[in-house]
Design a protein around this ligand. Structure first.
Ligand code: MN
Length: 732
């Protein structure tokens, strides 16, 4: 056993903590340092008796993870705090509620996500897909969960040596299966490469060592080559006054190995073992011009291969990568890849979006990150495909390259590789996708499933009569189109079910029966369907012959003989309250004077202005009687508990209060735009407007006085046109 110098260890812990603070300092605002200190102390205390497999104090791990978040991903205080606490709930007595209380809900949610996904791969393999899905759903809640998790994984991979062999293999496999692709998708190239290299190191040590050795063996001659290659460029660029740094970077071990496998060549035959990177320090407005100016100089000296020009400066990749790549012929007859980019682009390429948002003016790093979270959420937007499907869709999207195409107006659209005209249509708009008939690509007519090529100009042809069918799922590759088609098919199923329900109600009606819950249960049982919806759907689609419903009569007759329990009026009222009706009749019912569904009693035919009351009937909802109705006395005296208040609204307040929940992405001027639409455009009276913004999401509750549902629909329609509003719901 090795004696541990506890005093020395304590000093080392403090040293590491101070290093973290030093690096984080530029990112901190008032009070952040205090919270970070609190998180550090909490974590230190919680892990105080724990050691890592290597024998080191456990606290080194959360400290390192936080350090990675700052140095290598460019994250701010929320993530630092979360990183420090990331193992606390899983490994100690502390609970999420404690975290909530001490560090706020935002950190609490991130820790909760981290705790949940830690079990992703622990269950049997059948569970993996479902767990993975859960993990991605957590990601869509707050992408910081995944970023901290990636930092955690990176540190675990860096310290994998102290793990037993079977754990090494398990952890390394998970890493290559999901974490490296995730890092790639999120634009974290440096982390992605390191994870891949570490994977190779722990799964195929021989190959890893052999490539690593060869890279270091050839270092001297490579550096000499690079120096000679760079020299004329450096001179010329300096002459133009541009401030650049030029370096030669060997490719990652894993990517060299991939090339060797793919092209079936030896290490010596891989021609692009390294790339020359020219990093320009320039202002944002001059970036593009500067990149092309450098390109021009490079190609003055070296002949470019026209097939290998990649312009991700004009059109950045969807994960945010920007760079200008060319491959040129060196003086010694060797192809060399040259990457031209600015300091800003380089930082994004290495650290991903988090770094990107640092460059946005007027947004602090963290709030910019919120915007990015929204973007990632978009990528993940996916409805209820099964877990396995979800994993497949998502994984294939992770690895997919992109295809660039244009709208008829010349707008650029980026779609996953293999996307079809139908994918394009759904990318433009759900409605256009749903009615897509075919397309014109470069003026030529093509079918829905035409595979798009780079540079295609696509015009979608639609028809009102067209609608999605099952086959369409085979034509599309983007998750957006897939989920939209699935939604539409589901919607269609619902419509068929509604038809089916109508048929059943009509058939039962002919037999003098009503579709009560009880009858419905019996029908479901009788026809052996799983749910009422399925029953309706099958009838609607004609898969169940509705004449069979007749056989039901006997059973129902028996049923009717039994005494039926009168439904509790309170329950009933609550239920029908949900069914808000068009308010032309302007009758308010119940203690809280709500607008609910009702019918006029035939015995007294009330008209507006009459003194009335509501009576809860067993099967026909609320009936409105005049207080002077011949039946009133009997009803009121015998069934007092079923009587509810009803009152006509006076002509002055011919409006009723409606609540709207508005959800969207937050931006400056949003509130102003909303109140403009409400008060100026539609002349609606607003009673209250309350706003809550968190994580870049805007959530507003609006109370307005409106005349009728038509009026309300118009209002919702206009509000939805406001830039940034994604969803409006009515609430009661
Ligand atoms: Mn950890």
């Amino acid at each position: 056993m090795i004696a541990v110098d506890l005093e020395e260890e304590k000093k080392e812990i403090i040293r590491r903590y101070r290093k973290l603070l030093r690096k984080a300092k530029p990112l901190l605002k008032d009070g952040d340092a205090k919270m970070i200190k609190k998180a550090f102390n909490t974590s230190l205390e919680a892990h105080k008796d724990m050691r890592r497999k290597s024998g080191e104090p456990y606290i080194y791990h959360p400290l390192e993870v936080a350090q990675i978040c700052v140095d290598e991903i460019g994250l701010g205080p929320t993530s630092i705090i979360s990183a420090l606490l990331h193992d606390v709930v899983e490994d100690t007595d502390m609970e999420i509620s404690d975290i909530d209380r001490m560090f706020g809900k935002k950190v609490g949610r991130i820790i909760d996500g981290l705790t949940k996904i830690s079990g992703v791969f622990d269950e049997g393999s059948s569970q993996q897909a479902e767990n993975f899905r859960k993990m991605l759903l957590t990601l869509s809640e707050d992408v910081r969960v995944i970023l901290v998790k990636l930092a955690d994984r990176l540190h675990n991979m860096r310290t994998l040596a102290s793990m037993p062999r079977h754990k090494q293999l398990k952890i390394a496999s998970e890493t290559i299966y999901i974490y490296a692709p995730l890092a790639h998708r999120l634009g974290l190239y440096a982390i992605k490469s390191e994870l891949e290299d570490l994977y190779l190191k722990y799964t195929d040590r021989e190959t890893y060592d052999s490539i690593a050795n060869k890279i270091s063996d050839t270092k001297v001659s490579r550096n000499k080559f690079i120096r000679q290659f760079i020299k004329p460029l450096q001179n010329e660029i300096t002459r133009t006054g541009l401030n650049v740094e030029i370096k030669g970077r060997p490719k990652s071990i894993h990517s060299i190995w991939n090339k060797m496998k793919k092209q079936n060549v030896s290490f010596e035959e891989v021609y692009d073992l390294f790339a020359i990177r020219i990093i320009i320090d320039t202002e944002l407005e001059l970036e593009k011009a500067a990149c092309w100016q450098v390109y021009s100089i490079v190609t003055d000296f070296y002949q470019p291969n026209p097939d290998r020009l990649r312009d991700w400066v004009s059109t950045p990749r969807s994960n945010g990568y920007e760079s200008l790549h060319t491959t040129v012929m060196s003086a010694t007859g060797q192809w060399v890849e040259v990457q031209i980019r600015t300091v800003r682009m380089d930082e994004i390429a290495e650290k991903g979006y988090a770094a990107h948002w640092k460059y946005k003016e007027n947004t602090s790093n963290e709030s910019g990150l919120e915007q990015w979270i929204m973007k990632v959420r978009e990528i993940l937007e996916q409805n209820d495909s099964s877990a396995i499907e979800f994993v497949d869709d998502f994984r294939s999207n992770l690895f997919q390259e992109e295809v660039f195409v244009f709208t008829p107006k010349g707008d650029l659209k980026t779609l996953p590789y293999g996307a079809t005209a139908l994918d394009f249509a759904f990318d433009i708009h759900t409605e256009i996708g749903a009615h897509c008939l075919g397309a014109k690509v470069n003026q030529k007519l093509v079918p829905l499933n035409y595979k798009l090529k780079n540079g295609d100009q696509v015009e979608i042809l639609t028809s009102k009569k067209q609608k999605p069918n099952e086959d369409w799922l085979k034509y599309v590759v983007s998750s957006k189109a897939k989920s939209r088609i699935k939604d539409a098919l589901k919607e269609e199923k619902k419509d068929a079910a509604a038809d089916g329900k109508e048929i059943i109600v009509r058939k039962l009606g002919q037999l003098k029966l009503k579709l009560t819950n009880q009858v419905l249960d019996q029908l479901v049982e009788y026809f052996g369907t799983k749910t009422p919806l399925e029953l309706f759907y099958r009838v609607g689609k004609g898969k169940i012959d509705h004449s069979e419903i007749k056989k039901f009569q006997d059973r129902q007759v028996e049923e009717q003989k039994r005494t039926r329990r009168i439904s509790d009026p309170e329950v009933f009222k609550g239920e029908i309250k949900k069914v808000r009706k068009k308010d032309q009749d302007l009758l308010l019912i119940g203690e809280d004077m709500d607008v609910v569904e009702y019918k006029f009693a035939k015995c007294c035919n009330p008209i507006p202005g009459d003194d009335v009351f509501g009576f809860v009937t067993v099967s026909e909802g609320i009936k409105i009687h005049r207080t002077t109705c011949p039946n009133a006395v009997e009803l009121l005296s015998n069934y007092g508990y079923r009587v509810i208040k009803a009152k006509w609204t006076s002509s002055q307040d011919r409006s009723f209060l409606a609540g709207l929940k508005v959800i969207g992405t937050d931006r400056i001027g949003m509130i102003n735009d909303i109140s403009n639409v409400i008060s100026s455009e539609l002349k609606v009276n607003m009673r209250s407007l309350s706003i809550d913004t968190e994580g870049g999401i805007f959530e507003g509750e609006i109370h307005v006085y409106i005349e009728d549902t038509e009026h309300l629909e118009k209002l919702i329609e206009n509000l939805l046109k406001i830039d940034g509003i994604v969803n409006i719901n009515r609430f009661t």
